[in-house]
Design a protein around this ligand. Sequence first.
Ligand SMILES: [Zn+2]
Length: 433
Amino acid sequence: MTADRTTWVIRGARPLGGEPADITVTDGAITEIGPGASAPRGAQVLEASGLIALPGLVDLHAHLREPGREDAETIETGTLAAALGGFTAVHAMANTDPVADTAGVTEQIWRLGRAAGHCDVQPVGAVTAGLGGSRLAEFGAMAESAARVRVFSDDGRCVSDAVLMRRALEYVKAFDGVIAQHAQEPRLTEGAQMNEGVASGRLGLAGWPAVAEEAVIARDCLLAAHVDSALHICHVSTAGSVEIIRWAKSKGWRVTAEVTPHHLLLTDDLVATYDPVYKVNPPLRTAADVAALREALADGTIDCVATDHAPHPVEDKETEWAVAAHGMTGLETALRVVQEAMVDTGLLGWAQVADRMSARPAAIGRLAGHGQPLAPGEPANLVLYNPAVREVVDPAMHASRSRNSPFAGMTLPGQVVATFLRGRPTVLDGKPS
Ligand SMILES: [Zn+2]
């Protein structure tokens, strides 16, 4: 761990896209930001002119698949993918095998993250035992474990039972936790294959109506208000959901929400290819939904971007549409997609990107030491990003063990050049360090 003690002088980077400055990092912390820093003897100097400096990104929603599906991803490969995407912390969803529903499993995931060392791994605990939807998991034991679990989710499945959802919201208040809901009314989506709309009618695929998401979000906002607890809504995908969240926030209720990069850029027209790389839960929606999601992320109705990185091996994905697994990889392309959808369109500046991809997700996840501003005294978690290049996305080059990127073959802006975790480079020159 001697590398942590190295002094780095990052020359000429643009903090939050502003004026060029030198950033000095010593003993894992930012010690100075300003023009013309002198490099002390033995310091490493990194030329960063033209690069934007952002605080290390934080993902509230990733599937790292370990334990249980190491053929799709491991904590080693998933966190390396995260670092290459500019992340210094990721929340790992609980739908592993065994399910992360005990102190033991969540601690195991947390320790594997520490051992890998590419970024911090914060386990999410299951809401119900075994994701079974019938009995609450041991929230207290997970919260008190070394993993200090604060976010609980059955993601992949919806907590559809209103009584269980109410009890879960009540339970997490004891330790300032939050319930992250995958909003999908199960009966309304039985057999659903894609967004219900014009495209599903044309293709003859069973539709997944927007109301299946919106009805659960409305119910849970009301429940959160009723018990004065904190609700987070995963992967918001419809314009109607945005309206409900805007209304709940206007009431002052403790509701937060995330949107994925793919829902900010892709539409259900892509399903016409029948390429299962576009099969995802919740499904890709319409251009009008995409526009509403972008506007909501810009005005803060949607708090943050979360990847819902969902790696799958080839045999689960490159098959018939009807039987293919849901999900897309996203850690290595998230910032590039956000630049394409939000920055290059004039909807967000880089300071707001830092808010939506670092500060807000860290706050929602109750994650100490991440999401801090780029300022002296703060932990040196940061990413250096070149927004000026454009390159074709090639999943074969990704560190993720899986290749199911819906952006494969697309030309996207941007490149993560370096990522620092507490002063130690995890990525340098665009490569693992
Ligand atoms: Zn989900």
